[in-house]
Design a protein around this ligand. Sequence first.
Ligand SMILES: [Ca+2]
Length: 217
Amino acid sequence: MKKMISMITLGFSLLSMSHAVQAAKATYEIQFKNHWNKADHVAFPDNAHFSPIVAVAHTEKFQLFSLGNLATPGFEDLAELGRTGKILTEIEAAMKKGKISTVQVSEALYPKRDGNDLSMRITVTADHDLISFASMIAPSPDWIVGVDALDTFKDGKFIDAAEFELFAINGGTEEGDFAGNFSISNSPTEPREPISTLDHIPGLTEAFASVKIVKIK
Ligand SMILES: [Ca+2]
């Protein structure tokens, strides 16, 4: 009996330790910058904008989007229309399963009205240490910019910062993927194709945006 009590005590202290690790957290600022312009991208419509950015902190069991995989219905809605309702429902379901710890949604960014910069914050924990985000390049057929699963917790500590150029990514759900096509009315891609890069297409080789993800606390 005595032995069993000590095992329970040991089990409890291990549990406490793992809780201590899980409690480790960090807050990052996502510093988003527009690079869309007429010279580099064939056209820069007056209503050119980036849809609200949907950002999540998650485990490896969740994917917001991933090159080579199919878009979810929610991601399709974000990529084609910049709408966040459906993807937030998918995110909520993943949160209930413990795959996502937090979600943040920014305002849309209209560079001609708002300037080139937008920032938002997201808190990660050691066990929800991946940051993904996506925003529609709008107007466009089904193009987004985003980051897929930045790992913020390495070798027992949170990284200080990461930086990416954000090239156009094809949602794989709508046709019309050629430079200068900033129309939202194109045929659906049927059957839908895996999410893919567009930066091999003439006129789409330059980044539409860039991002710095910086630990602020
Ligand atoms: Ca497409």
